[in-house]
Write a protein that binds this ligand. Structure first.
Ligand SMILES: C[S@@+](CC[C@H](N)C(=O)[O-])C[C@H]1O[C@@H](n2cnc3c(N)ncnc32)[C@H](O)[C@@H]1O
Length: 367
C-alpha cells in the first residue's frame, strides 16, 4: 500500500475507510479497514469476514461453475456438487451479513451435465440459499445467450440460458426500474387497427341486453376502437352480459357491477412497455482477454443501475477479470472486488485503469 494511504488504526472506529483508487496496492488483510475502489487478492470467505455488517449496497457476482474450469485454486473443484454448494452458501451467507437492509445480492450460476444428466445446480443453490439465510428471492432473471456454443448435440438441445438470482433481505430494497434497460422494453403486440373489435358488434346485436344498453355499448365500442387506432391505448377487451363469463368477486362499481347494471364492460389495455425477467446478450468471446469466463458488461451495468444509486458500494467476491468493478466505476459507484488468482487481479486492475466514470447527462454522456 502506498504511504499516502497508510493510516493509523484507531481503536475507537469500527471501520476505517481507505478510499479512491487504491487500485493495485490492496492486500487481503482488511482488518479495521474497509477498502473501496480496489481489487483485493485473497480467498473471499476470509476477506469477507473482515468487512463490517451492513456496509455493502449491492453484491453482483458469478462464482466458478462446478468442475468446468481450472482456475488454479478456489471454489469449483470440490469432489461433489453438495460440497460445492456448501462452499457457495458459506460465501453467500457472508454476503448477506455485509449487505445493508435495502441492498440486493445477484448470483449468476451455470449448470453442468454429469453422466449425461443436467444437475440443476443453480436452482439447488437458490433453494439452499433461501433455506440457509434470511433472504427473499425477487427474480430469477434469465440471461438468453444470443451466441451460445455452436455445438449441436444429436440427443439434446443447445443450452443457451443462465440464471441471475436476485435476492434481498427485506421488502424495502432499493429498486430503480425506470433506469433499467431503457429503450429495450418489450412492447405488447400492436394491432394494425383495420378489424380491431369487429366481432363485438355482432355479439352486441345478438345479445339479450336491452335496446338502450345495446345503443350505449355500440357507442362506447366505437370510441374505444378509435382510441386503439390513434395509439392512445394498446388494445381492449369487452364483456357482454349473457355472453361472457362474469368476473369473480369485485367491488361496487367494478367490472361485475358494470356488467350487471350496464349490460357490458370494456377493459382498456394501456400497453405500458414491459420490463421482463429475461435479458438477451452475447457471451464475451474475445480471445486474449486473459480470463476464460467473463460475464457480459451490458447485463452487469443494467443490474447496477436497477439495484444501486451513485456512490453506493458494489461488491463482487469472485471478481475474475473485474467486469463488476468496471461497470460500477463507469456508473459512479464504489467497488470492492475479491479474487484469489493473482493474474486475474492484475487483469482487473488493468481494465479499471482504462475505465472512466460516465458523467450525468448535462456534463457529458450517459451509457
Ligand atoms: C466465473 S469467474 C468470474 C468472472 C467474472 N464475472 C468476470 O466477468 O471476469 C470466477 C472467479 O472466482 C475466482 N475464485 C474462485 N474461488 C475463489 C475464492 N475462494 N476466493 C476468491 N476468488 C475465487 C476464480 O479465480 C475466478 O476468477
Amino acid at each position: 500500500m502506498p504511504s499516502q494511504h497508510k493510516k493509523k488504526a484507531s481503536p475507537k472506529k469500527e471501520c476505517e475507510i481507505i478510499s479512491e483508487d487504491a487500485v493495485g496496492y490492496c492486500v487481503a488483510n482488511v482488518q479495521d479497514q474497509l477498502f473501496f475502489n480496489c481489487i483485493i487478492q485473497g480467498d473471499n470467505l476470509t476477506t469477507l469476514k473482515a468487512i463490517p455488517n451492513s456496509t455493502i449496497n449491492l453484491v453482483v457476482t458469478s462464482p466458478p461453475y462446478f468442475k468446468q474450469r481450472d482456475y488454479g485454486s478456489g471454489i469449483g473443484n470440490e469432489k461433489t456438487v453438495d460440497e460445492y454448494i456448501d462452499n457457495l452458501i458459506n460465501v453467500f451467507s457472508e454476503c448477506v451479513r455485509v449487505l445493508s437492509d435495502e441492498g440486493s445480492i445477484v448470483f449468476n450460476l451455470g449448470d453442468k451435465y454429469l453422466d449425461g444428466s443436467l444437475q440443476l445446480i443453480p436452482y439447488s443453490f437458490a433453494l439452499r440459499a433461501l433455506k440457509a439465510c434470511p433472504v427473499k428471492l425477487v427474480n430469477n432473471i434469465t440471461w438468453v445467450k444470443s451466441n451460445p456454443t455452436p455445438r449441436q448435440y444429436q440427443r439434446r438441445l443447445v443450452s443457451s440460458v443462465e440464471p441471475f438470482f436476485h435476492f434481498v433481505k427485506g421488502s424495502e430494497y432499493y429498486y430503480n426500474l425506470k433506469d433499467y434497460l431503457v429503450g429495450n422494453e418489450v412492447k405488447i403486440k400492436k394491432h394494425n387497427g383495420s378489424n380491431i373489435g369487429q366481432t363485438y358488434f355482432e355479439l352486441i346485436e345478438n345479445s339479450t341486453i336491452t335496446l338502450e344498453q345495446k345503443k350505449l355499448a355500440l357507442c362506447e365500442l366505437q370510441d374505444v376502437i378509435e382510441e386503439v387506432k390513434s395509439g392512445k391505448i394498446e388494445s381492449f377487451r369487452m364483456k357482454i352480459k349473457g355472453i361472457h363469463s362474469e368476473p369473480f368477486g369485485g367491488q361496487e362499481g367494478g367490472r361485475k357491477y358494470q356488467l350487471l347494471k350496464k349490460g357490458f364492460t370494456i377493459i382498456k389495455i394501456k400497453g405500458e412497455p414491459l420490463k421482463r425477467d429475461v435479458i438477451e446478450c452475447a457471451v464475451e468471446t474475445i480471445k486474449g482477454r486473459g480470463h476464460p469466463a467473463i460475464y457480459p458488461l451490458h447485463i452487469i451495468r443494467e443490474l447496477i443501475k436497477l439495484l444501486s444509486k451513485p456512490h453506493d458500494v458494489v461488491l463482487d467476491p469472485f471478481i475474475g477479470s473485474g467486469t463488476t468493478a468496471v461497470a460500477a466505476k463507469e456508473l459512479n459507484r464504489k467497488y470492492i472486488g475479491i479474487e484469489i488468482n493473482e493474474d486475474y487481479c492484475k487483469l482487473a486492475r488493468e481494465r479499471l485503469m482504462n475505465t472512466f466514470t460516465c458523467r450525468q447527462k448535462p456534463l457529458g454522456f450517459v451509457l
